[in-house]
Write a protein that binds this ligand. Structure first.
Ligand code: PAF
Length: 286
């Protein structure tokens, strides 16, 4: 048991009852389960999370669900890339056991009206610009975690604030799951892999690595003694001078995402900036 039939490909569950039936089989065989939640349009960053999940548990499930509640009406929900067949093929090659692909009505049936109210790491940063975002993420992630009953769930550090919000939520709600961070995977020039990179024109793609370069310079400056506020301002200027519209560049406590109050804190640098009509986010530890 625990071996995947790579030729046959992963089992695909299209509803919560199919998901639970598949998980029951794993549990019946005494197997552990790790979940990688995604919105599809899978790239090597997602596959790296899958590999991490495979090292954690005997069975790996990947959810593919473009979650409408985390998009505002003016955002890219309708044009978000949907590449289901290619995604499943990538997951077959990666040896994933189970793909969970519910429809919107499975996740949000008529009359659905529950929300999760967040604070702590959800305050500021993304929330200042996308006020709906984390309430949408929290509800869908809470559902995916409880529906699957996974022992582990792997979330990429690329969405660092999301990782902190989900970790805090799992702790606060006593969810029986361990949230595991997955390191950001980057192109050779430093650009963090993202499903939205495919929106970039060739010209914008050539400019995009400035975000990671500016973060790297700022982190080195802080390590060398430059005050975080000075380093952040310099990074913001570099990114803006390259032609991006900066939403924020910030230095925060790496665990709580609160403003920095002492010199001893672990620091995370976080950026969100627009390149044309594409919004890119990135972050690094200091
Ligand atoms: O990071 C994502 O792809 C999404 O926000 C998630 C965690 C799958 C929830 O829809």
């Amino acid at each position: 048991m625990g071996q995947v039939d790579v030729l046959q490909g992963p089992q695909v569950a299209g509803s919560v009852s199919e998901l639970r039936a598949a998980v029951r089989q794993f549990r019946g065989a005494g197997e552990t389960l790790a979940l990688v939640p995604t919105m599809g349009a899978l790239h090597e960053g997602h596959i790296a999370l899958v590999r991490q999940a495979q090292a954690l548990a005997q069975r790996v499930a990947v959810s593919i669900f473009v979650n409408p509640t985390q998009f505002a009406p003016n955002e890219d929900f309708s044009r978000y890339p949907r590449t289901f067949d290619t995604d499943v093929e990538k997951l077959r090659q990666a040896g994933v056991d189970l793909v969970y692909a519910p429809g919107p009505a499975d996740m949000y049936p008529p009359g659905f009206c529950t929300q999760i109210s967040l604070s702590g790491p959800a305050l500021g940063l993304e929330t200042d610009f996308r006020s709906h975002f984390f309430s949408g993420v929290a509800i869908v992630v809470a559902k995916l975690l409880t529906q699957s009953g996974a022992d582990f769930a792997v979330f990429g550090e690329k969405d660092y604030q999301q990782l902190r919000v989900v970790t805090q939520m799992a702790r606060d709600l006593d969810l029986a799951v361990q949230i595991v961070p997955g390191p950001t995977v980057r192109e050779a020039d430093g650009l963090a892999l993202s499903s939205r990179n495919r929106y970039l024109s060739p010209e914008d793609r050539a400019v995009a690595p400035v975000i990671y370069k500016a973060l790297t310079v700022a982190a080195a400056a802080i390590r060398a003694g430059t005050p975080p506020t000075t380093a952040v301002l310099a990074a913001s200027t570099t990114i803006a001078e390259a032609g991006l519209r900066v939403d924020y560049v910030a230095a925060r406590n790496a665990d709580t995402l609160a403003d920095l109050t002492s010199h001893q804190e672990p620091i995370r640098l976080l950026v969100a900036a627009w390149l044309g009509s594409t919004r890119l986010i990135d972050n690094i530890g200091v």
